[in-house]
Design a protein around this ligand. Structure first.
Ligand code: AMP
Ligand code: MG
Length: 432
């Protein structure tokens, strides 16, 4: 949907790369190229705070107040002057007032005096320390004994602005708003938030063997599952989706689908029809409509992939032509598309942490490609993190993905893993 810009074409970027081989492209290289080519979309809308969960913050949120507004007590107890704290034996203080949460005592507190104070009560003038109620003895309505050595100067006092200081950036633009952020924004008294508009992502499946839900499953056919995993992943990422269904493998249907997707969406995702031997029109149509590279990536699953930008009716859209195999779709989405879409959304993308875990079995692996095995990460009886592979790892076996809670990342240069070796694991939960 974005209009054509004056950025470099993909083929220009590719021609500037040394040792670029589309037929043996390492994962990291493909990620770099995508990163270089994809540009953020600048479109901001203001929405009610509750609607902002999961959206990308479009401007810094600057605090216009101090949170908390005053020094206040972190405990139920007695506020006093730290000069008065007894050094060796307990000391009796006169209780001159009581302060509840959200209230203040305007009077001065002199030496030998204290104020009974509840959590959140404003610290009275002269007081800098709170002794919790349970550390005192012999408390009655007018006096309380404070034993020596229980608290130090400044204890149990929350400082003005210690959570959020007036004039400081409370949240930087680009972050994906979390439940904690919602609370933080609310604590500043802000009811509306500027966020990036949602990305529009169109997708369709290609392959004459595919049937949609509700249709009869003819012999030798399979139900289309890719549109459902894509729906799930894109929804989690906060995109508006346009599900265009299964597109028949004929040039007219494909051209119409690509053109309509391009004219209505920021990005287009297809699955199927990009493998080397594919006897269909998908690749041809992608090439005809834009600036598209066809790659064989050094990875498993998910070797074939098309990436670029297509144009139609004065509009353009980034194109991700994913392989057809259901596991390959998810893996290529997570390792290429996700990052690109977050970048288009102007989100600040921090690399997801790889967690080292012990492998519960040997895993075969050839150097020269990145492998993503589906794993179940848990804690072994000896307390160490341990990961086991979820059965058969065929790229058509979606159950391997469904049972897994993580991906075991076997890096490009890595070779065979022995039982008990540490392997890198990426948790699904961090992928949104
Ligand atoms: P392709 O990449 O088109 O050669 O497809 C590879 C394999 O994935 C074939 O076995 C297809 O039947 C299967 N496949 C392709 N698209 C889908 C889909 N949308 N849902 C489920 N399986 C698919
Ligand atoms: Mg196919």
């Amino acid at each position: 949907m974005s209009s054509p810009s004056n950025q470099h074409s993909l083929h220009h970027i590719l021609s500037c790369l040394s040792d670029y081989d589309p037929n043996a492209l390492p994962v990291a290289r493909a990620q770099d190229i995508i990163r270089q080519f994809v540009t953020p979309i600048h479109a901001v809308e203001k929405i009610a705070l509750r609607q902002a969960l999961g959206r990308v913050l479009a401007q810094d949120i600057v605090s216009a107040i101090n949170v908390p507004a005053h020094d206040n007590s972190a405990m139920d107890g007695y506020a006093l002057r730290s000069d008065d704290l007894p050094l060796d034996q307990s000391r009796t203080f006169n209780i001159i007032a009581t302060v509840f949460a959200g209230r203040a005592y305007d009077g001065e507190v002199n030496s030998g005096e204290c104020v009974r104070i509840m959590t959140g009560g404003v610290m009275p003038k002269g007081c800098d320390t709170v002794i919790p109620q349970e550390l005192t003895v012999n408390a009655n309505a007018s006096t309380v004994d404070v034993p020596a050595g229980k608290v130090s100067a400044g204890d149990n006092r929350r400082l003005q602005g210690e959570d959020l200081a007036n004039g400081k950036v409370a949240l930087a633009k680009g972050r994906i708003i979390s439940p904690a952020d919602l609370g933080l924004i609310a604590s500043l008294g802000i009811a509306e938030v500027p966020v990036q508009r949602r990305l529009r992502v169109a997708f369709f499946s290609t392959g004459d063997e595919l049937r949609s839900l509700g249709e009869t499953l003819d012999d030798a056919c399979v139900y289309d599952s890719n549109r459902y995993t894509l729906y799930g992943m894109l929804t989690r990422l906060g995109c508006d989706i346009i599900d265009m269904g299964v597109i028949k493998d004929d040039p007219v249907s494909l051209e119409n689908a690509f053109r309509s997707a391009c004219e209505n969406a920021d990005a287009v995702i297809t699955s199927g029809g990009v493998s080397v031997g594919a006897a269909d029109y998908t690749k041809q149509m992608m090439a005809d409509l834009g600036d598209v590279a066809f790659w064989t990536i050094g990875m498993r699953p998910g070797r074939p992939m098309a990436f670029g930008k297509i144009h139609s009716g004065g509009k353009s859209a980034y194109l991700f032509g994913l392989p057809g195999n259901p596991v390959a779709v998810m893996v290529t989405f997570y390792f290429f598309v996700r990052d690109a879409l977050l970048h288009m959304m102007n989100a600040t993308v921090t690399p997801l942490p790889l967690i080292p875990a012990r492998s519960s079995s040997a895993i075969r692996k050839r150097p020269g490609r990145t492998e993503y095995q589906r794993g179940i990460l848990g804690t072994a009886p000896d307390g160490h993190l341990e990961v086991s592979v979820t059965g058969s790892q065929g790229s058509g076996i979606l159950r391997s993905m469904s049972e897994a809670n993580c991906m075991i990342v076997l890096h490009h240069n890595q070779s065979k893993v022995e039982r008990g070796d540490l392997v890198d694991v990426l948790l699904f939960s961090g992928l949104i």
